[in-house]
Design a protein around this ligand. Structure first.
Ligand code: ZN
Length: 211
């Protein structure tokens, strides 16, 4: 059960139930960290990571009951409980709500998230609670992440945003001389047939002079 992780990072070999039980023993039964470390065969630091930084044992226990960290230590630890419409998992206790991935970072680092800071997903998977996929960042970092995601999504489904001026000129020339159909041009340039039509009828790229 114990992992000899020389880097001192969190061991991931305990099951959810073991972690929940550890939280219960620590916060409710008053068993101290050294005893728990010996019982569960982990380091003392691991005990603190699992039991939580702000002695919010209820939250820590509920967290581990909903997160499977044992099956794939490096994969996404997807929250098993309910999530909101954006895919985030709200954890409510005593009138205070936080999101599960934020709790994950707090448990991992043993510290509260500094006021105004965001917890960002490198895996772009909102219910994921693997601290390896999470980092604390500023509002600016958050916006940058969101913009790069939107840009990718836009580029995939929208033709003109992907095309360069020279390519649009080429498309206009080709349709003028009738050397290729809109469908063929779409395939050639990796955009939809509709996008080519929009270009040729001037709905998009209207600022490019027609040949
Ligand atoms: Zn992930």
């Amino acid at each position: 059960m114990s992992g000899s992780d020389v880097s001192g990072k969190r061991r991931v070999y305990l099951t959810q139930n073991q972690k929940a039980e550890m939280c219960r023993l620590f916060h409710e039964a008053g068993v101290r960290a050294p005893a728990l470390a010996a019982t569960f065969g982990v380091g003392r630091r691991t005990v603190y990571e699992i039991t939580g930084p702000v002695t919010d044992g209820t939250r820590a226990a509920r967290f581990w009951r909903n997160v499977d960290s044992a099956t794939d230590p490096d994969g996404c630890w997807v929250w098993a409980g309910c999530t909101d419409s954006a895919g985030y998992a709200p954890l409510s206790f005593n009138g205070r709500t936080d999101r599960a991935h934020r709790v994950a970072i707090m448990l991992h680092t043993g510290r509260l998230i500094p006021h105004g800071m965001f917890v960002l997903h490198s895996c772009d998977n909102p219910p994921c609670c693997n601290p390896k996929h999470l980092r604390v960042g500023t509002h600016q970092d958050n916006m940058r992440d969101m913009m790069s995601r939107n840009r990718n999504a836009f580029g995939e489904r929208s033709g003109p945003s992907k095309l360069k001026t020279a390519e649009v000129e080429e498309i206009l020339r080709a349709t003028k001389v009738g050397s290729a159909t809109c469908a063929e041009l779409g395939v050639m340039f990796g955009v939809s047939h509709r996008s080519i039509l929009d270009i040729t009828c001037g709905k998009t790229w209207a600022h490019i002079p027609r040949p």
